[in-house]
Design a protein around this ligand. Structure first.
Ligand code: RIB
Length: 311
């Protein structure tokens, strides 16, 4: 049975700059190469879920410009229903410059543009469709009020909303507490808890902090270290497959999409997190946004070892 995923979130045009770690004599950083392509957490998650076989509906905003058209074309090209992505002339499409060194983000400059205009009024026309979804995903790349209203709607409608708290400063306490699950990465978990991420134990302590804050289910995305799952007083470490990162951009979005698709298909949380770890490991091995298919992810998921209960 095909699962149905809704996404309310951001669309951006991304520039990836590879190897920009050396300075020229005039002080400019030198990148070895670059690529420009559609991104944005909402669009990435929607496209990733569609590539994994889900029916997907995306709600968002782009500018009435060339970048907006390219972002829309990319989502539609992957089979996402983008009927509820509004193009506006009031703002330009969101834009991000990502500096990568050895496949990892060194710096990121974000101009959110049209994403800042995504209001609850934009979501209302999509609510009948969203109500038929197995899972709705959102992120703090769009306005806090809109995310808060979506999480409140989730409480009324019974449709689970997964919240990716990026940027964490924009995630309200109500949304963190009301979401079915939150999926911060290391930096986001640090920002949410105020805990410095130094040393092996820091993510474990941060996961416990999130539980103490009253968040009933958190998954910390830890890249090569897999994921930490905190729920119902139990902390579980879910391993991943080691992968040489070429470009980690969007791997967290692929993780969230894979998690939602697998949960919607009936998997338990640990099985779904293992699948999500595998999807992210496949994704980081390629330049640019790499959106794996189910056939690419499943063999990797089978290679991953068992989870370990930490408490
Ligand atoms: O998660 C990756 C995404 O974050 C990029 O595509 C970029 O647009 C930023 O929003």
């Amino acid at each position: 049975m095909t699962v149905k995923i809704g996404v309310v979130g951001g669309l951006n045009m991304d520039i990836h700059l590879f190897g920009g770690d050396d300075r020229a004599e005039d002080g400019a950083y030198l990148a070895e190469r670059y690529l420009i392509e559609p991104g944005g957490k909402g669009s990435n998650q929607a496209r990733a879920a569609a590539r994994l076989g889900a029916d997907v509906l995306l709600v968002g905003r782009v500018g009435g410009d060339e970048f907006g058209r390219l972002c829309l074309d990319a989502t539609i090209g992957d089979g996402v229903d983008a009927t509820h992505v509004v193009a506006t002339d009031e703002q330009r499409t969101g834009f991000v410059v990502i500096q990568l060194v050895e496949g990892r983000h060194r710096s990121l400059v974000f101009s959110p543009g049209a994403n800042t205009l995504l209001s609850w009024n934009d979501v209302l026309p999509a609510l009948d469709d969203l109500a038929t979804c197995d899972v709705v995903i959102t992120q703090s790349e769009v306005p806090t009020d809109t995310v808060d209203a979506l999480v409140r709607w989730s409480g009324e409608s019974g449709v689970p909303v997964y919240l990716d708290p990026a940027s964490p400063q924009q995630a309200s306490r109500d949304s963190l507490l009301g979401a079915e699950v939150i999926t911060p990465d290391r930096l986001e978990a640090s920002s949410l808890t105020g805990r410095a991420m130094h040393g092996h134990a820091a993510p474990i302590l941060a996961a416990r902090d999130l539980a103490t804050m009253g968040i009933h289910r958190s998954i910390l995305k830890l890249g090569t270290e897999g994921a930490l799952f905190a729920a119902e007083g139990v902390l579980t470490s879910v391993p991943t497959r080691a992968a040489d990162a070429v470009d980690e951009t969007g791997a967290g979005d692929v993780f969230v999409a894979a998690l939602a698709v697998r949960r919607a298909a009936g998997a338990d949380w640990i099985e779904a997190i293992t699948f999500a770890n595998a999807a992210a490991a496949v994704s980081v091995a390629t330049s640019g946004l790499a959106l794996p298919t189910i056939e690419e992810v499943e063999p990797v998921a089978r290679e991953i070892g068992p989870p370990r209960i930490l408490s």
